[in-house]
Design a binder for this molecule. Structure first.
Ligand SMILES: [Zn+2]
Length: 568
């Protein structure tokens, strides 16, 4: 049987260790049927009267990529947010907000939600509501900090939410992190951690007679997935989707407009609420799961973030006394959760940032694995892993854990904030994955972009550039020295491509079907306009797929125009 499509005269980087390079690929239906030399008899035998052949003019072809930790619905839902100017001048930020309010009357913008202000703008007491009140007091205002774990609200917002000194200190059972920070009299100051406001905001929306879009529609979701498609992404892992998100993805899939494999999860908080959340995931999978949509993992937050000192660290923060951050689940409970998940055949994805959280997760995996022996079958992915004690790095390979890193954070995106809490020595040890890769551990990459503000940074080529250079072109770590130390932590392009392709596919349990260009796998690939391996490091972010194939179908670009461009 002949092939439908042959791509010839290409530089195919296969990410298949057995044959890293090839110059031709043949595709039949959704599958790759040949990878190898362009003048072999085997390829000749696949070319029939209906086969379309395209000469790629030596262009680089890589496997379709995997964004292994993404929030497409949050990006879509944040289109109404206001983008603040990036400045450390509080007056400039608040003047901008006042001008925005003047230009957008209350009827038009009944609630101003603006992002981001630098997380180091204020001392550890945080910002005060009265500061915003002096600029805008006629309607609720919320300013989000750059770590996205803290909010700064005005008095109007607290008033309309009904939050005052009588509001219980702990707003979520079992979770001490979400809080309205109080002054000495117990009065909320206007500083809010971990989205505590979300639990009270319903009353405010009621009062102002306005609600933000609560649920993502297929069209909103498609705006985000089609951007990822245009950047060569053929599969993503949604780190906390809602049912509406998965319903929207299913609707797009039914219309053949999803154009990527969409894998999702459900969040749980504790050992106690794990079973009920598994039941919800199962129900969603039954209702919405389909050809390209699967819900087969649970998500847990094991700690907070370095930027506000809520990560769980081995040694105390340099700020505060004997404060080692917050571990949101004990090792005992985590090991017990792993037994439950193993029984249910569901994978686990853990948000963790600090070195104590990392060690706790490894200890729990080690314990559960030794208890289960051969019955151990789940995959555990540790996402973020910003600070890891060197002694724990080899444990990734030893325990078969997957590490998931948001490559575009590798420069100065979150810098001074974590430096303040961790101190210089630890700060200079952050974001290091080469020792894990060298010891045989699986590291994959992701965008983890959560708002429209940063959506463009979800482009894997942007991530590759930042991780390869340790320089963030938008947020240089120091104005005079933009490279994040240590230079030895720069990731190689081959490791980055591997992490964005086959290693991401491992996390999604798709490695048998995608992640490399091999006969028998799905025809997921991207044809690039420039050779990633020879463009200057500073131009990696600008590399674009000229065409993307998902399961043999052209979902971005046009192969014919490539060839015309070559011959004209
Ligand atoms: Zn995330």
């Amino acid at each position: 049987m002949s092939a439908d499509l042959v791509l010839s005269n290409a530089r195919v980087y296969t990410v298949d260790a057995a044959r890293p390079w090839a110059d031709a690929v043949a595709i039949r239906g959704e599958q790759i049927v040949y990878v190898g030399s362009g003048d072999s008899d085997e390829l000749g035998a696949l070319i029939g009267s209906t086969t379309e052949t395209f000469d790629l003019g030596g262009r680089l072809v890589i496997p379709g990529m995997v964004d292994a930790h993404a929030h497409p619905d949050w990006v879509a839902l944040s289109a109404w947010h206001v983008t603040l100017p990036w400045t450390y001048d509080v007056d400039e930020i608040l003047t901008f907000v006042r001008r925005y309010a003047e230009e957008h009357p209350r009827e038009e913008a009944p609630f101003i939600y603006a992002e981001y202000y630098p997380s180091t703008l204020f001392d550890t007491d945080g910002p005060k509501k009265e500061l915003i009140d002096a600029y805008v007091s006629d309607r609720p205002v919320l300013l989000q900090d750059h770590s996205d774990h803290c909010s700064w609200v005005n008095s109007k917002m607290l008033e309309l939410m009904g939050v005052d000194k009588d509001t219980p200190l702990q707003v979520v059972p079992d979770d001490p992190a979400p809080q309205f920070v109080r002054d000495a009299d117990g009065e909320p100051t206007g500083w809010v951690t971990e989205y505590a406001w979300e639990h009270f905001v319903g009353a405010m929306y009621e009062a102002i007679g306005w609600h933000p879009p609560a649920e993502v529609t297929p069209a909103m979701l498609r705006d985000v997935t089609s951007f990822l498609t245009s950047r060569g992404v053929c599969a993503l892992w949604d780190a906390i989707g809602s049912e509406a998100t998965y319903a929207a993805a299913a609707a797009l899939d039914a219309r053949d407009e999803l154009n990527l494999s969409y894998y999702g999860s459900r969040r749980f908080f504790s050992l106690a609420d794990l079973p009920e959340n598994i039941a919800v995931l199962r129900e969603w999978e039954k209702k919405h799961g389909g050809r390209h949509l699967h819900l087969d993992a649970m998500k847990l937050f094991l700690d907070g973030t370095n930027e506000i000192g809520t990560s769980a660290v081995l040694e105390p923060f340099v700020v505060g006394e004997e404060d080692r951050g917050e571990l949101r689940m004990s090792e005992d409970d985590l090991a017990a959760c792993l037994l439950v998940l193993n029984e249910e055949n569901l994978d686990l994805h853990v948000h963790l940032v600090g070195d104590r959280a990392f060690r706790t997760a490894c200890d729990a995996v080690e314990r559960a694995r030794s208890q289960l022996g051969d019955a151990w079958r789940i995959q555990v992915t540790l996402a973020h892993c910003e600070l890891i004690d060197p002694a724990d790095m080899p444990r990734v390979a030893e325990l078969g854990i997957i590490v998931n890193w948001s490559a575009h954070w590798s420069g100065g995106y979150f810098s001074a904030q974590s430096l303040e809490w961790l101190g210089q020595e630890r700060f200079d040890r952050m974001y290091q994955f080469n020792p894990i890769i060298e010891s045989g551990g699986v590291v994959c990459y992701s965008s983890d972009v959560i708002t429209q503000y940063e959506a463009h940074r979800g482009d894997p080529f942007f991530g590759m550039q930042v991780a390869h250079t340790r320089v963030d072109p938008e947020f240089p770590i120091y104005p005079d020295h933009p490279v994040r130390e240590p230079a030895s932590a720069k990731l190689s392009l081959t490791d980055l491509i591997k992490g964005y392709t086959v290693n991401g596919a491992i996390q999604l349990r798709l490695a048998g079907r995608t992640g490399s260009i091999e006969a028998g796998k799905l025809a997921n690939l991207a044809i690039l306009d420039k050779d990633l391996f020879s463009v200057p490091d500073d131009d990696i972010h600008a590399v674009r797929p000229e065409a993307v194939l998902f399961e043999g179908k052209i979902v971005h670009g046009d192969l014919g125009s490539l060839e015309r461009a070559e011959t004209s």
